[in-house]
Design a protein around this ligand. Structure first.
Ligand code: ZN
Length: 244
């Protein structure tokens, strides 16, 4: 399929599961330290942290570094921070595998019954989710709303220093938690929708630092949320009717 025009960029973007890349990598480079470093590099949200992991990999094995940066795979195919925002924070393929659960009950049925059963399950799910999109108890559909509430709670504990109020530049320092983790400074640019933690760019959803900056700026927080998380997007997803 890789030769089909529809499967090439910009229509089709190829990314690899970090678990499988790590497995291929460790078969070639058998070293526990490298194995843990590739995981850290692949999961890092910030380019700075990715580069720290990669420089250690280079110091341990220039061949392993070359394998990861074009020798066998390109960094944007396996590293979150190099990905360009196509993976929405998913480094592995568990998101796809969750569909296996839907097939568990039908897997021993004859083929026609299996297809009918799976089809009916899809229809029920679309009807349920379509109803949910009109049941607007919160400002966002439940998935986005829970995410927002969690980030807002964290954001309320951060301290905010204004760099440039007019341009929307703020320095956010995270609160210390019981585990003594915290005290990290991140820079938020509201106009360009970026934060140096790089989660805002990756998830198209404001991180706790962006929300803390927004409290200070007085902007409507919902204006920072990507259109993909809105009721309008969910309604468009589930509005197509089924035909028997
Ligand atoms: Zn951030």
């Amino acid at each position: 399929m890789r030769w089909l025009e529809e499967w090439k960029e910009p229509l089709g973007v190829h990314r690899f599961c970090l678990v499988h890349i790590r497995s291929n990598f460790t078969q070639k480079f058998r070293n526990e330290r490298l194995k843990s470093l590739i995981w850290g590099a692949g999961k890092a949200n910030q380019t700075r942290k990715y580069e720290e992991y990669m420089s250690v990999i280079f110091s341990l094995s220039p061949e392993a570094y070359a394998w990861l940066t074009g020798g066998s795979v390109r960094s944007e195919q396996w590293a979150l921070c190099k990905d360009g925002g196509y993976r929405w924070g998913h480094a592995i393929t568990n998101m796809v595998k969750c569909f296996n659960n839907l097939l568990q009950e039908s897997r021993f049925l004859p083929i026609t019954a299996l297809i009918r059963y799976t089809f009916n399950q899809r229809v029920d799910l679309f009807v349920k989710n379509h109803k949910m999109t009109w049941d607007q108890m919160y400002h966002l559909p439940l998935y986005g709303w829970k995410k927002y509430v969690a980030n807002e709670q964290k954001g309320r504990a951060h301290s905010v220093q204004v760099f440039d109020h007019r341009r929307g530049n703020y320095c956010i320092t995270t609160a210390y938690r019981q585990t003594h983790v915290g005290g990290h400074a991140q820079t938020v640019d509201i106009e360009n929708r970026t934060c140096t933690c790089e989660k805002w760019r990756e998830l198209k959803f404001p991180c706790s630092h962006a929300i803390a900056a927004c409290f200070r700026s007085g902007l409507n927080l919902m204006s920072l949320v990507g259109p993909e998380y809105t009721f309008e997007a969910y309604q468009a997803t589930y509005e197509s009717p089924f035909n028997s």
